[in-house]
Design a protein around this ligand. Structure first.
Ligand code: G1P
Length: 289
């Protein structure tokens, strides 16, 4: 079945980025010339998905506005003969169909995904977490969709992390099937040090069978007292099987101060308007260290 829809949860408070995220959603923080959420949406579009479902909360309307058509801005840019900019703004508002659903209580990532149930219906869908930006030749989501065409079951994106960082992630234990693919045997959300030998961390990209919704409904609060997606994923893996996929590309945790700065450097060095001058500047800075 073709995967047509992507869920992007953006309801979180973004406490790791206070005070920057106090009055604006953390998803609207800029990397070079666009907010982090736009990189996620462009990955979805480049992967051939047709609709995005944003899971929002109070104070997040700037994200909806960003992908909306702004009649006044269009008129001003056109009057000022800034045709290229007007065109770019129109491209942005026409990127993809965007629907938003409110998560009424902050009960966790699993609960946020469950909020999308009625809009998704009974078909497989993608989930992308806004903190995880992936720089790759082929979009990470597209790589996963290609695998989904072969295996037809749910997939989580994984990446190896240092053993002393596994407590920050959902961790997968699996049996290797091929170079980049593992069959999921066990998963645990933010394991206490020493409780798993695996270093395969879940990165915020998932393709899920809609069976996940029934399982999420039955999922009791887990780590941190929240309804964890990872707990329902384990139930789904047991019910119909699941794959972990070591994607190709570099992942940035844009929800973390250092990860965010690294993303700015990586995307800045690839931005056609500034890459040459920026690269010169980085060399000068490095030489002074
Ligand atoms: C979430 C997931 C976790 C995953 C991580 C990836 O955690 O619950 O399983 O490894 O995203 O970024 P969070 O970072 O929101 O606490």
């Amino acid at each position: 079945m073709k995967v047509r829809k992507a869920v992007i949860p953006v309801a979180g408070l973004g406490t790791r980025f206070l005070p920057a995220s106090k009055a604006i959603p953390k998803e609207m923080l800029t990397i070079v010339d666009r907010p982090t959420i736009q990189y996620i949406v462009e990955e979805v579009v480049a992967s051939g998905i047709e609709q995005i479902i944003l899971i929002t909360s109070a104070g997040k309307s700037a994200i909806e506005n960003h992908f909306d058509y702004d009649f006044q801005l269009d008129r001003v840019l056109t009057e000022k003969k800034k045709d290229n900019l007007a065109e770019e703004m129109n491209r942005l508002s026409n990127l993809i169909d965007v629907v938003s659903v409110r998560q009424k209580k902050p009960l966790g990532l699993g609960h946020a995904i469950l909020t999308a149930r009625n809009v998704i219906g009974n078909e497989p869908f993608v989930v992308l977490l806004g903190d995880d930006l992936v720089l790759s030749e082929q979009p990470c989501t597209k790589q996963m969709l290609n695998l989904f065409d072969q295996v037809g079951e749910s997939i989580v994106a994984v990446q190896r992390v240092p053993k002393d960082q596994t407590y920050q992630y959902g961790i997968v234990e699996g049996t290797q099937q091929s170079k980049q693919v593992y069959k999921v045997d066990r998963m645990v959300e933010k394991p206490a040090p020493g409780t798993t030998d695996s270093d395969m961390a879940i990165i915020g990209r998932y393709i899920l069978q809609p069976d996940i919704f029934d399982l999420l409904e039955k999922t009791a609060p887990g780590h941190g007292g929240e309804i964890q997606l990872t707990d329902a994923l384990l139930a789904l893996a047991k019910k119909r099987g699941m794959y972990a996929f070591e994607f190709e590309g570099t992942r940035f945790d844009a929800g973390d101060k250092l990860g965010y700065l690294k993303a700015i450097i990586a995307f800045g060095l690839r931005h056609p308007d500034i890459c040459d001058d920026f690269s010169e500047h980085i060399k000068e800075v490095a030489a002074q260290l």
